[in-house]
Design a binder for this molecule. Sequence first.
Ligand code: ACM
Length: 752
Amino acid sequence: MIQYRLLCVVWAGLMMACSTSVPQDMELQLIPQPKQVVPGQGNFKLNENTVLKIASEGEGKEYGELLNTMISAIAGYELLLRDEGENVIQFVIDTAFRSGKAEAYQLQISPGSISVLANSSAGLFYGTQTLGQLLADRQFYQAGKKRWNLPVLTIEDEPVFSYRGLHLDVSRHFFPKEFVMKCLDLMANYKLNRLHWHLTDAAGWRIEIKKYPELTKRAAWRPQANYMDWWEGDRHYTTEDADGAYGGFYTQDEIREVVAYAARRHITVVPEIEMPGHSEEVVSIYPQLGCYGKPYRNGELCIGNEETFEFVENVLTEVMSLFPSEYIHIGGDEASTAAWKKCQKCQKRMKENGLKNEKELQSYMIHRVEKFLNSKGRKLIGWDEILDGGLAPDATVMSWRGESGGIKAARMGHDVIMTPGGYCYFDSYQADPRTQPAAIGGFLPYLKVYSYYPVPEELTPEEGKHILGAQANVWAEYIPTTSHAEYMIFPRLLALSEVVWSPREKKETEDFKRRIAYHIGWLKEKGVNVFTLSDHIDMQTEVDTLNRQLKITFDAEKYKPEIRYQIDDGQEQVYRRPFYVKDSARIKAFIVENGKPSEEVLESRVDYHRAIGKKVTYQKRYSGSYPAAGTGTLTDGYRGGLTYGDGRWQGFLADVDVLIDLDTVCNLNYVSANFMQLTGPGVYMPRYVVVSVSVDGVHFQEVARIENQVPSGEKSLVIRDFTTRFRARGRYVKFFAKRQNGFQFIDEIVVY
Ligand code: ACM
């Protein structure tokens, strides 16, 4: 007996030793990456004649049928499920498995059997999803013969985070239930388990409430189909039967259908009913629930009015009857305090309850609503503004304004879901905005999503346990159609899936690029309007001050693309490894796919220029929010990319007014700097740039004044250089850029 156990331990040790990768000729295409894959020898052969003996114990039939839907979608046939047969497939629930980890599973493929073992049906479901991804992998399938050779292996798997979410805003634009179900199917494929359904907002109330039928009769419809047209217009509502009415809502039967559909995929639907802000549509129908008693004035519910609480409780009662979710999301974000300040009822409420300010008034409301939800056995979750004015005792915080709200809440012992804008807002651009449909702003390529880890380093391990997971948010202001929504969600959601499911040490960017390329093909076959990744080439420069040269490296978000490049007018060559540039060079690079060059071409000038490493003095400070690398950043040789938030662009809410000291007097003939314009977030070109030089640092000679050529009304991203060529001698260069409006961003001042 002892010898046998020893043998097992040795065997387990051997398995572990080779568990980090599968053999060279068997690269799996699984997303999210499982915790552990142990390859074996041989195959499980599966063809039309395979009779699967479903083990009588466990959940055989249900999962056998699920497996059959996967097989039939690929091969067009189903297997006979019998009590006896050559090949055994077992789905077994063993309550002792993994000491109660509900979502863990083991998938074992042997030459004569497949078994999925878990301690709950959620685990079996995820094991079957993994099996489904193996079936979908072309390397194991002979399409002509419609049969599989599945590799012998053992997968041990479980998620790192228990909350793995996707949020969907159906108010700004309405997406029918069929689309929601399609999202649920895809979420299940990637082991996500929470759909946060943003059902109400100014742009439309989307859930039938029997007690308040007017909400869906009159606040679910608007004259303009496009949200931005409505928002920039008078923001009025209309009725369904009005000419050209746009909108919609889900009946309670439809909600129940979606919730049940999700539950079969082990997804909980978390409903969000916005309060006290983002409620213009409610106040338009029931003006007495707003402080002004009039529609179309503001979007905040009156907290001084008892009727508001009656309304909210009645709505939530119906919501709870439809959604079994423990969490009920009450919004809580972006409420203006202006109306409450002027409202007698609100002021009275504050006085009676000793509330010091309007933030505490909002907090009063959230506390009351939490008590109500708790009394019905539910838990309150809200956006991080619910921290302001005092957090309700058991509330869970969804941290969206960065991670700071989440950190604060976790330190207070509250649970947190991370959804920081910089990593989780899928309404942001996913590639160069100049190549993309209009989006709200931001820049979030899938690899940035992939780089995220939801537990901030500043938390202690104990505090970190309060971070339950992360969620992608899909706000629909700029997403008018379901096909556009798919484009924004996929493939970024796959990156998030691995962020929340896989162990951090299992994440590997190059390998993820390989797998995501495969899944993009799969999603396309499934009829998903997936973004097929950009042809953007990311050029990295490394400044080598010792040899006075720049090391140039290319990277791309596509997997191992063929990159061709040209330096100045030299020969075009295939990029194989980093190369060096002395002085300056014009670089052109592009991707070649199936022999065709990409439309997107990188054209950039790199400079090992005279000012690199030289001292810069600021007459006016740069913004503390966008310091880039601080006072050395404008002469460090590093250029900014497509987003001002990349740590290379330095932001100014003032004129740029700097002095560069070149250490010695020399001949000068060239000064150039790039600026960025993106008017959505308030980033503008300078009005003009003035360059002056001086020998002694006292007497300056203006050598150029360069006027801005980019119209301030140009909304899309522009990166433009302000360049001057001249002849002068000097040691000091003064660079002045007159601020036009909002921010200006500059990355480098090139001097020759
Ligand atoms: C939010 O993005 N207003 C939560």
